[in-house]
Write a protein that binds this ligand. Structure first.
Ligand SMILES: [Zn+2]
Ligand SMILES: [Zn+2]
Ligand SMILES: [Zn+2]
Ligand SMILES: [Zn+2]
Ligand SMILES: [Zn+2]
Ligand SMILES: [Zn+2]
Ligand SMILES: [Zn+2]
Length: 1763
């Protein structure tokens, strides 16, 4: 069946390919009814091309469509072959000066903070780089897709609207020239025809709703072929869809994932193809399966020809988009066609039709037509305007559709608003002509219909669906913001009228919010359910900017401001009408003043936080002052209508509510209220909430008698009684035994005083005080930095942003702060300039409580440090603007003086009263403010004015009858000496001093004498206190320092105790004192061996061989970190071990693509020089008894098992894999290394003389090997008579193959040798542990060699000397690792190790028994050396001929060195470049040339001819250095010979010193000359190897030397390069899709599609993400990645371990931007990148992850393997 279908399709295809586009076009040109002709053509051919089977075949479809369908259209359009026609069009085209590039998801976009009209104006990367803005302050973001580049839009940029490229297109701008004049007339006609037909066809078919018929197209033959089409929704999850599909259409999981991915991306996908019933069946299963909890998935059974036409319809839209790219004229025609009104009148143009159908279209179709709109309508300025009008007229409907739809906004046509509304001229036009402002606000109101009886919004009991809609409706506020974002420079009368109309609508909206969500204090029981409060605050938050912008607009035009003010006042009065209903009027009187008000208690009646109308009025009131309208046109303002008590009433209630909440009176109302109060003050809301309430109170006070105000305030705070009745306070507090109530009242009094401080002191907004906007922002910054130094981003967060997301901080920060650059960690910080500290106000109104106390502490500390008194007096304030000027009188009002007097009285009598120090502190602050005020008044005194501010006089007067209290001044003098007020003394002293200064000022008329008097007072004061305070402060400092140290020690102790307590309790108890004191010593020295031991003289040091420098044995005593017992490291004592971590490593790899061999069969004996995978051992250097460790580990294991049973949590370490944390430092470990004494001494039995030379030695050893082989053969052949052979063989002299050496080590050490050996084997090969496996010793030697190699590379890369610069822990680790590897053979099978030695040696000295070994090009010589030297004792122990082990070491070393030299010479890529040697040839150069010539001879002249000994020698030296350095380290750790001092410093002649230490001649080639007898044969045999031959013939590759160190990849300096790279990267598996989480491997540079279904693969039976899978090939399980979109480094190790790490990219403020939220330009910080690289080179990634996971447990829960 399938085959038949296939054949049929192919037959059709062939016939289709024969169609001639030209012929069809000719037919069309002659047709009378073109539409009918074209439709017939499409009706016939489209179903033949599209949708011929179950799966789409896009390539075939595209090819055929071009040939049969689009081709004729192009012919028709051009009237000739389009291959000629289109280029002609292009030539005549006037390219747009607009860029218009549509952004892909994840593409970087740039906005200029200096020049962009608003933050939605963005540039593509190309335009940005060619623009002037790259030198400006810019911001970078990644696009969410959609939207386009605004380059060339003169309205988007204040400056530099064009990049270099688009500037060219503006050269001959003939304004408003019709682009059609450049097109031939007939072409215009044809274009018009074909566009009209095709566009209509596409729109008709896409908006077609019937499943079985076609619009105006006859179905040629109706076959029974249908599709079951699945549509996307935002309700069902990926998993649900995949699961359902598997059930419904019987597909595999993989297919289901494919379907789901396409549905998610394109919005629909057919999941079944067949007859109607077959498809319908699948549909019902899907619907049934998904309808249970939510609405079912949308599925439709569609006839194949409909799907076919729809596919082609989309193709046509894309085609139209590309055709108009050729010519601006064609683009204009298409716009005309699209916007032309259809036969059905209004809204019947094709563009309207599409827009209005938007929400019913699937995602893919929407994207296609949105793109077409962007490249046509939005690129043509004339039609952009017409389109904007269509859009505005449809606005209500579009929003309604969007509200019903469940797709994201980005794929809705409603999102185009940003492209239209942000264009200033369009926005202005739409406001005036289409009344857009009103439309938007009314549409918004339409969607929030849930109201209470007063008509206010009611969010309290919102359903999920309502909440969902509420979220969507918020986008309308965004539209409103766009419309308002550019402010008019000129006002027309229509604009005024329409704006005010919009303002009316806006007031209606605010009216619905005024008083919403009212609350009542809960007494008795706690509330049962937390009321919903977030919705109301979300609305407030989103509107905040709009409210501010409305005010900005009003401020621009006096007429508008006056009208708006009137309107706002009217609405406020409407809101308040009836607010006094049923509330009885009462009369308050105090100090001879009385006022009438209402009885109202916040604590008993309803109160609301939402008062946007009052607050808007407050804002406008300030503007009256700021714009001076209040002074210029007072007659036009309804100022007389204002009732100050009414204005202040609601804001005051709200502030009292805050005070009561703070006093704990609203505890039973739950957290929702606490949260609301928090947001009320929060930087996101406060500008249009808290701040404006303060302004409203300021407005009220400035218009009324301050005594009246204070009485009303006392009454609202419910404190009136306390202050109005003499001694009431005393009675109250003694009678009231309820401490809570007393406490409450105290807090309320404190809060009230604070409020008065704010009302008088907060005058830094322009219009209130005589300041400008920068003063305001400066003050904010000063107060933030008074708390502590802050990073740029912290400051930005603490400051309010305007609609352009600017805080204005950059313009002033330099004036108030100094920037301190960051180090390797942390971030750059701003520090307050010392001279700004005098502007510090302790009662700054934007401080939270916590911030206030931190700032107080910090400022007092600062003053102490500067040896100043610690008073924090109020700063001098700017004067008020005239409209507010009278409000300072509140300070000297009778009621105020009474309140202050009462509180001071309490403090003086101080017993029996409920007063608090905070209360007193606030009173002192108020006194200070009043004095400052008076002083300023006096100083600014001009002739004609009389100073009415006479505070000093008033406080000098004693109180009146009946209580006759002393004057305030007198009380202050009393308090100055009160012992209980030590803290406030400085402040009281300051007040008295200022008082005196003012008195003097009043007395004298000349201001100059004031300064003098003040000066003397200062000196007097200082003289009295200086010494005492100084002494005190230094004593304090000492104490503090001691305390700090004690604290650190305590914390450290506690931490260690906690770590060990569970397992080690008894140890600690036994050794308490020891425990503490030794911990400190532990870190400094872990082992007793000293590098510079006195036993060694400064004679020449030799590390190996018979000449080896003798080192006297040293006792090594170490201490167990667990039991604190000391012990000597000896062969026969209990084992001591080091915690160690073994891991596979590819850090040195030169071949990351190598296929990992089957671990069970892999033979690791020879390491390939590509070092593709090694085994690294690291240690934290902490020492334990083996048995202590064993007990610790068992306890960890047991605990872990319990824990896993209890609560299935993961830990940062995997106990089942033998992992644990070092008990001291929490370093991740997976085994332990035993500590051993130097092992070579144990087997070097005698002192020898007359050692054999290399030739003799090779001969002897070869004989011994031969003997062993024979013996082995005999063993294997057992009985068969091989004895003759045995007889033939003459055992070499002194060789006793039957001798079994005795193992010198204690049982415990032997056990640990096996433990560590097995662990190395297990981890290194990734196999199950098997201590018998003959590969165990090989892995141990390999790990030793590899670890030394890595350390040598690190030292070389850091340019450090070879010796003396390793951290202790690495030094200890290498010592024990080398000694362990050297001792391991004693616990393995002797014959196996002998076998390894024989094979290893055979690779250099061939024998007949070992064939097929790797050639010398394929052996890493250092690994070979280590293995040879460490396996040699297994043979040597049976050799009693008198040859020393040392001699063997030396000969092995020389032999390998020579092999390495040959290796280097063979692979050397020496180019004889121009660099010529200067001197005559040296001895070395001549010798190496001779050797090279000999090599040429051996290789049959296949070697490149080189005549320069200088180059050869230089190359050889460079190539062999790493090997020599590694060897020096190796023999140093093996034999313990101290390193010569020359190798402990950097310097010249390192090569010579190395040679000398290693017992090598300086002229390495001498080795060959000395041993030419045996070497010539060996070289010949090496060179005759067939692999070597292949290499020389150029048939294979070989590693050359020196191998360069691996580095992490090079990163670009500018982070946006990476974003761009990532945005061009598409998922490798799902054909061209953009990857959601493109992630860069920093090791090899591969870009991966991470964290996504599409790229999951199976690894060891588990599904893992692309990153995890990659680590297994690239990093042997360990990976370092950069998540590009998140700007975050990711460390991975294995499947379960991972952590995030700060990226090496910093902005100009020295901060990283994880998540790319701030968008500041980021540049590479090389030092930080180096640090990451070092972590990698040191193999510390896994350790880093462990530490991160221990510190942050949430990291443990992340499914790292899915990344
Ligand atoms: Zn651009
Ligand atoms: Zn441009
Ligand atoms: Zn700029
Ligand atoms: Zn111990
Ligand atoms: Zn440790
Ligand atoms: Zn990689
Ligand atoms: Zn993918």
């Amino acid at each position: 069946m399938a085959a038949e279908l296939e054949a049929e399709v192919q037959a059709i295809d062939r016939s289709l390919m024969e169609c001639s586009a030209e012929e069809i076009a000719v037919k069309w040109l002659q047709a009378s009814d073109l539409q009918k002709e074209v439709y017939q053509h499409l009706a016939y051919y489209v179903p033949k091309i599209y949708c011929r089977g179950p799966n789409p075949a896009p390539q075939r479809e595209d090819m055929l469509a071009q040939q049969v369908l689009l081709g004729p259209m192009e012919w028709y359009l051009c009237g000739e072959d389009p291959a000629f026609g289109f280029p002609k069009l292009e030539q005549a085209n006037k390219p747009s000066h607009l860029c218009g590039r549509v952004f892909k998801v994840g593409e970087p976009t740039y906005s200029c903070r200096d020049c962009a009209v608003d933050p939605t104006c963005v540039l593509c990367m190309e335009c940005f780089l060619g623009s002037i803005h790259r030198e400006h302050r810019y911001r970078m973001t990644t696009s969410g897709g959609g939207g386009f580049c605004d380059c060339g839009d003169t309205e988007a940029w204040k400056e530099g609207p064009y990049c270099q490229k688009h500037e060219l297109n503006t050269s001959e701008t003939a304004e408003e020239e019709d682009p059609l004049v450049h097109l031939p007339e007939d072409m215009v006609a044809r274009a018009y025809n074909i566009f009209a037909i095709t566009f209509k066809y596409a729109v008709d078919i896409l908006t077609w709703e019937k499943e079985n018929e076609l619009p105006g197209l006859e179905m040629s033959e109706k076959s029974d072929t249908y599709y079951c089409m699945l549509f996307n929704d935002e309700v069902h999850t990926y998993e649900q869809v995949i699961y359902t599909l598997q059930k419904a259409v019987n597909c595999t999981q993989k297919e289901a994932i494919g379907f789901a991915t396409t549905v998610d991306r394109d919005g629909r996908r057919s999941v079944r193809y067949g007859d109607f019933q077959y498809c319908d069946q699948a549909k019902s299963v899907i619907v049934r399966n998904t309808s249970r909890q939510t609405k079912p998935l949308k599925v439709q059974v569609m006839h194949s020809s409909i799907v076919a036409h729809q596919s082609f319809g989309l193709k046509l839209l894309t085609w139209l988009g590309s055709v108009i790219g050729y010519s601006d004229g064609l683009r204009r025609i298409l716009c005309q066609v699209g916007l032309q009104e259809g036969p059905d009148g209004d809204n019947s143009s094709l563009v309207d039709k599409l827009m209005l159908y938007d929400s019913k279209l699937w995602k893919g179709a929407r994207n296609v037509y949105h793109q077409l709109f962007m490249s046509s309508l939005l690129m043509d300025l004339k039609y952009k305007k017409l389109f904007a009008i269509r859009f505005a007229r449809n606005y209500r409907q579009l929003q309604r559709d969007y509200m019903e739809d469940d797709h994201e906004r980005a794929v809705s046509v409603a999102a185009l608003s940003v492209q239209l509304f942000t264009v200033p001229t369009l926005a202005r036009m739409l406001i005036t002509e289409e009344n857009l402002m009103t439309t938007i606000i009314k549409t918004f109101m339409d969607h929030l219909r849930h109201r209470d009886i007063q008509g206010r919004f009611q969010f309290e009991r919102y359903t999920a669906l309502q909440a969902f809609k509420f979220r969507r409706v918020q986008s309308l506020i965004l539209d409103l913001k766009y419309v308002l974002i550019s402010k008019p420079t000129e006002w027309s009368d229509t604009l005024r009228q329409k704006f005010l109309e919009g303002f009316d609508a806006f007031l209606e909206l605010l009216k619905c919010m005024q008083g919403m969500d009212p609350i009542t204090r809960q007494v008795g029981q706690h509330i049962e359910m937390e009321p919903e409060w977030e919705a109301a605050f979300t609305l407030q938050m989103k509107l905040t900017l709009v409210i501010s912008m409305m005010q900005d607009w009003c401020a621009l035009d006096e007429k508008v401001l006056i009208e708006a003010y009137k309107k706002c006042l009217t609405v406020l009065m409407q809101c308040h009408s009836g607010f006094t209903d049923g509330e009885q009027p009462i009369v308050l009187s105090m100090c001879g003043h009385s006022v009438e008000t209402i009885r109202y208690c916040v604590s008993q009646e309803k109160v609301s936080i939402h008062l946007p109308v009052s607050r808007l009025l407050a804002g406008l009131h300030v503007l009256l002052s700021k714009t001076e309208v209040a002074y210029k046109f007072p007659e036009l303002l309804p100022l007389s209508e204002l009732s100050p008590p009414m204005l202040i009433e609601h804001p005051l209630r709200c502030l009292v509510l805050c005070a009561q909440v703070h006093a704990g009176m609203w505890r039973r109302n739950g957290f929702s209220l606490v949260n609301q109060i928090y947001y009320y003050h929060n930087v996101k809301c406060r500008r249009e909430m808290f701040d404006k309430d303060i302004v409203m109170l300021q407005t009220g006070v400035s218009m009324m008698d301050p005594n009246h105000f204070l009485m009303i305030m006392l009454s609202r705070f419910e404190l009136y009684q306390i202050f109005s009745t003499p001694d009431y306070g005393k009675r109250f507090s003694t009678e009231n035994t309820n401490k809570d109530v007393v406490q409450q009242n105290n807090t309320l009094i404190e809060e009230m005083l604070y409020l008065i401080i704010m009302i008088v002191g907060e005058r830094f907004s322009p219009g209130i005080g005589q300041v400008n906007a920068t003063d305001e922002i400066k003050r904010e910054i000063i107060h933030q930095l008074s708390i502590r130094p802050m990073a740029h981003s912290e400051l930005v967060k603490a400051l309010p942003e305007d609609e352009n997301r600017e805080t204005g901080m950059e313009s002033v920060i330099e004036e108030v702060a100094c920037f301190k650059k960051p180090g390797l960690t942390g971030r750059g910080l701003y520090e307050l300039k010392p001279e700004c500290a005098r502007n510090f106000n302790l009662y700054f109104y934007h401080f939270s409580r916590a911030e206030q106390s931190k700032a107080e502490e910090a400022q007092r500390k600062l003053r102490r440090q500067n040896r100043e008194d610690t008073a924090l007096p109020p700063p001098a304030l700017p004067p008020f603007c005239p409209l507010f000027a009278s409000l300072v009188n509140i300070l000297q009002s009778d009621v105020m003086l009474c309140i202050m007097g009462t509180i001071l009285q309490w403090a003086v009598e101080h017993n029996g009263y409920a007063w608090s120090e905070s209360m007193l502190q606030r009173v002192l602050h108020l006194l200070g403010m009043a004095l400052q005020e008076e002083k300023q008044h006096l100083e600014n005194l001009s002739e004609e004015n009389v100073v009415t501010f006479t505070f000093t006089q008033k406080i000098s007067r004693p109180g009146e009858a009946p209580n006759n209290s002393p004057s305030i001044l007198a009380m202050l003098e009393t308090l100055q000496n009160a012992p209980h007020l030590e803290v406030h003394k400085d402040m009281i002293r300051w007040i008295l001093k200022t008082f005196n200064a003012i008195k003097k000022l009043r007395e004298s008329s000349s201001p100059s004498s004031v300064a003098e008097t003040e000066g003397t007072i200062m000196e007097e004061v200082l003289a009295g206190t200086d010494l005492a305070t100084r002494l005190q402060s230094s004593r304090d400092k000492d104490k503090a320092e001691r305390k700090r140290k004690a604290e650190i020690a305590r914390l450290r102790r506690e931490k260690i105790m906690a770590q060990m307590s569970e397992m080690q309790r008894h140890f600690i108890n036994e050794n308490k004192e020891l425990f503490q004191q030794t911990l400190e010593e532990l870190d400094t020295s872990t082992s007793g061996v000293n590098e510079n031991s006195p036993a060694v003289s400064d004679a020449k040091l030799t590390a190996l061989g018979p000449e080896q420098t003798r080192v006297s044995e040293q006792r090594q005593v170490v201490m167990c970190i667990l039991c604190q017992e000391e012990q000597e490291v000896k062969v026969d004592s209990r084992a001591m071990v080091l915690a160690a971590f073994i891991q596979r490593s590819t850090v040195l790899s030169k071949n990351r693509n190598k296929v990992t061999p089957d671990p069970e069969k892999y033979d690791p004996l020879f390491m390939h020089p590509d070092l593709s995978c090694g085994t690294h051992t690291g240690s934290c250097g902490h020492i334990m008894h083996a048995h202590c460790w064993q007990r610790y580990f068992d306890a960890v294991q047991a605990k872990e098992q319990r824990r896993q049973q209890r609560l299935r949590v993961h830990t940062s370490y995997d106990v089942e894999n033998g992992e644990f944390l070092c008990p001291l430092c929490e370093c991740l470990s997976n085994t332990v290394i035993p500590l051993l004494p130097p092992p070579r001494g144990l087997f070097n039995r005698l002192d020898f003389s007359g050692q054999p030379n290399l030739t003799q030695w090779v001969k002897t050893v070869s004989q011994q090997i031969k003997a062993l082989h024979l013996l082995q053969d005999e063993d294997s052949a057992s009985s068969s008579g091989n004895s003759e052979k045995m007889d033939q063989l003459q055992l070499p002299e002194g060789f006793r193959p039957n001798f079994k050496p005795k193992n010198p080590y204690s049982e415990s050490i032997k056990e640990m040798l096996t433990t560590f050996g097995t662990a190395t084997y297990k981890v290194g090969l990734k196999v199950h542990p098997n201590e018998e496996d003959p590969r165990v010793p090989i892995m141990c030697w390999g790990s030793c060699a590899y670890t030394i190699q890595t350390i040598e590379r690190i030292l070389a890369d850091e340019d450090k000397p070879l010796f003396g610069h390793l951290p202790c822990r690495q030094d200890d680790c290498l010592t024990s690792l080398t000694r362990f590897a050297a001792a391991h053979w004693t616990v393995s099978s002797l014959s196996a190790v002998q076998g390894h030695f024989c094979t290893l040696l055979a690779s250099l000295v061939p024998n007949e028994n070992n064939g097929n070994l790797p050639c010398i090009l394929d052996i890493d010589m250092f690994h070979l050396l280590v293995s040879l030297v460490l396996s040699f004792p297994a043979i040597h122990c049976q050799d009693f001929s008198g040859v020393s082990l040392g001699a063997g070491d030396l000969h092995l070393f020389h032999l390998v060195t020579m092999a390495h030299i040959i290796q280097i010479l063979l692979t050397s890529s020496t180019e004889e470049n121009g660099m010529d040697q200067e001197n005559a040839n040296t001895e070395e150069e001549v010798a190496v040339l001779t050797l090279y010539k000999f090599l040429c001879q051996c290789t049959g002249s296949a070697l490149k001819e080189i005549s320069s000994g200088w180059h050869l020698w230089r190359n050889l030296k460079a190539g062999i250095m790493p090997f020599l350095r590694c060897s020096a380290l190796f023999f140093h750790y093996l034999n313990g010979v101290p390193a010569p001092s020359e190798l402990q410093v950097n310097g010249t002649n390192q090569f010579e010193h190395l040679c000398s230490y290693l017992s090598l001649p300086n002229n390495l080639t001498c080795l060959f000359q000395e041993n030419s007898e045996v070497l010539n044969t060996l070289i010949e045999s090496w060179c005759s190897n067939k692999e070597v031959r292949r290499y020389l013939e150029g048939k294979r590759h070989a590693i050359s030397y020196a191998r360069e160190s691996n580095k992490l990849i090079d990163l670009p300096d500018d982070y946006s390069c990476l974003i761009n790279q990532a945005s061009n990267f598409s998922c490798p598996k799902s054909g061209g899709d953009k990857s959601r989480a493109p992630t860069l491997c920093l090791v090899c540079g591969t870009m991966l599609c991470s964290q996504s279904y599409c790229c999951q693969t199976e690894l060891e039976g588990e599904d893992v993400g692309a990153c995890t899978a990659h680590t297994y090939t690239c990093g042997s399980g360990v990976g370092i990645f950069l998540r590009v979109r998140e700007c975050q480094v990711l460390f991975l190790a294995g499947k379960t371990k991972g952590c995030f790490y700060p990226p090496p990219y910093l902005d100009d403020y020295g901060e990283t931007d994880q998540g790319l939220r701030r968008g500041n330009p980021l540049h590479l910080c090389r030092e930080r990148f180096k640090k990451i690289q070092k972590l990698w080179q040191q193999h510390s990634i896994t350790e880093e992850i462990g530490h991160a996971q221990e510190a942050n447990q949430t990291l443990v829960g992340i499914d790292w393997q899915h990344l």
